[in-house]
Write a protein that binds this ligand. Structure first.
Ligand SMILES: Nc1ncnc2c1ncn2[C@@H]1O[C@H](COP(=O)(O)OP(=O)(O)OP(=O)(O)O)[C@@H](O)[C@H]1O
Ligand SMILES: [Mg+2]
Length: 239
């Protein structure tokens, strides 16, 4: 079966700075895949290029989603295909309420009558959001903002979501809660690709992982194998 998402010899240039240097990645339908690597490795650049948030002139190579080449598509067009990037939690609309934020995520939807039902589903997954539905998003805690950002992507019923460092700035107990939600979303059939600085939690959550080093894929494999790999242990798992 062809992968749901594939990068073929993908490069990214910031002007003439060659930042991502010909990487290949595949994510199969239903999988949960992580990209780990040190600061500046090119993880965010790669994720944003997939979701159409980078300048197309910097992109070389192929990004294929459901068999279709999407490199060069703008963000809204990528999202319309069912490939949605979860914006960082702190990028929710702070002056809008929780519910208004969720509804802004639904702008692509043509079936307005079902949105109420979907809101209910999101509140069921994140009861804290329901309790705070009329609260301004800017006054939510970091963890709640991350949940809201995930909810905002889910309201479009994506086939696949992309997340950039869902654990960033969160207390360990909240990180657990956020990852539990992501795992459940995956178990319900949404394919997941996430970038994570916290390699330990990333490799303990995903099925497969890619290790990026200065713009290249240095290693890839099943997370259970990466977790016991000596190089990975030394460089990313603190021994
Ligand atoms: N707009 C830009 N212009 C020029 N260089 C950039 C730009 N954005 C990022 N870079 C550079 O590209 C490289 C990769 O950055 P990127 O943000 O993709 O790394 P990352 O792996 O996500 O790192 P981190 O773990 O710190 O988030 C870095 O060297 C960074 O300085
Ligand atoms: Mg980054």
């Amino acid at each position: 079966m062809a992968p749901l998402l594939e990068l073929q010899d993908f490069h990214y240039y910031y002007g003439n700075i060659h930042t991502v240097k010909g990487i290949n990645m595949q994510v199969n339908e239903g999988e949960m895949v992580t990209i780990i690597g040190a600061n500046g490795a090119g993880k965010t650049t790669t994720l944003q290029a997939i979701s159409g948030l980078k300048e197309t002139k910097g992109v070389h190579g192929k990004i294929i989603f459901e068999g279709k080449e999407i490199q060069g598509y703008h963000g809204h067009k990528v999202a319309a295909l069912g490939l949605c990037q979860v914006l960082e939690g702190r990028h929710v609309f702070s002056k809008l309420t929780v519910e208004e934020n969720l509804l802004t995520g639904a702008y692509l939807r043509k079936d307005a009558k079902n949105i109420k039902e979907d809101l209910k589903g999101i509140y069921k997954r994140f009861p804290r959001l329901e309790e705070r539905r009329t609260q301004l998003a800017g006054t939510l805690s970091g963890g709640e903002q991350q949940m809201l950002a995930i909810g905002r992507a889910l309201i479009n019923k994506p086939k696949m979501i992309l997340l950039d460092e869902p654990s960033l700035g969160l207390a360990p107990v909240i990180v657990k809660e956020v990852f539990k939600a992501i795992r459940e979303i995956n178990q319900e059939g949404v394919t997941v690709l996430f970038v994570e600085q916290n390699s330990k939690i990333a490799l303990n959550t995903a099925n497969r992982g890619y290790v990026m080093q200065v713009g290249e894929v240095a290693m890839e494999g099943y997370c259970k194998d990466l977790l016991v790999n000596e190089e990975v242990k030394k460089a990313y798992l603190g021994g």
